[in-house]
Design a protein around this ligand. Structure first.
Ligand code: AMP
Length: 217
């Protein structure tokens, strides 16, 4: 399959091309059309499978089709490193679109993040602890939040973020599209998925650098 068969707009195809991607990875091939159709997805995929573009591209596309509003998409990640990486990917893929994204993670001063959030952004990539901090400070308004991504959900649970994640998700409108990505699908993850996803499309792909065919579930 080619990227131009996935229903992505020219601005995104151009950015993908400039990133040097010649064809979608299995997870992208499966997740992008589902997200564009408005479905919730639950993906069992490790780092290296191209999971970031699998959610970033369709979210950028959907956001670009509608008028601006504050905080239309929230991407929750376990670590600051991942927040930075996902933020970079959003900027790279979205460079020909008028979409503003920012990151919020701990271990750095909160004020610059606060200024960005109060100014208004389309997409926020955040770690749970720092996001709760911003919520307490009144920096977050979820009224327009239509897209929710839990990236590396298994790591988020391993790191003890379940309480924070639950508290955050409780505030997000129920009328939303949610995506959960996890390297494992153990019982805890399945329970979390049941609580936050609606009739999700389940996508499982083999870890990268193996010769296994992708597995349909
Ligand atoms: P991820 O699994 O999202 O962490 O992505 C792993 C790496 O694969 C990143 O360096 C991406 O830039 C790269 N990547 C993502 N999608 C593709 C693609 N379709 N073709 C080639 N490289 C890709």
């Amino acid at each position: 399959m080619r990227f131009d068969e996935l229903g992505l707009r020219p601005e995104l195809l151009r950015a993908i091309d400039e990133s040097g991607y010649t064809q979608p990875t299995p997870i992208q091939e499966r997740a992008i059309p589902s997200v564009l159709e408005g479905k919730d997805v639950m993906c069992c995929a490790q780092t290296g499978t191209g999971k970031t573009a699998a959610f970033a591209l369709p979210i950028l596309q959907r956001l670009s089709e509608k008028k601006r509003a504050n905080l239309r998409a929230l991407i929750l990640v376990p670590t600051r490193e991942l927040a930075i990486q996902v933020g970079k990917s959003l900027n790279e893929y979205g460079k020909y679109l008028d979409i503003v994204s920012t990151t919020a993670f701990g271990g750095v001063p909160i004020e610059p993040q606060q200024m960005m959030l109060r100014h208004g952004v389309d997409i926020l990539v955040a770690t749970p602890g720092r996001l709760i901090d911003h919520m307490w400070r009144g920096n977050i308004d979820y009224r327009n939040t239509e897209y929710l991504v839990l990236d590396e959900a298994d790591r988020m649970l391993d790191m003890g973020f379940i309480k924070d994640v639950t508290e955050i998700i409780r505030e997000i409108p129920v009328e939303r599209q949610s995506m959960l990505f996890s390297a494992t699908l153990d019982r805890e993850i399945v329970t979390l998925a049941k609580n936050i996803l609606k009739a999700p499309v389940r996508i499982e792909v083999a870890p990268p650098a193996t010769t296994l065919d992708e597995v349909d579930q």
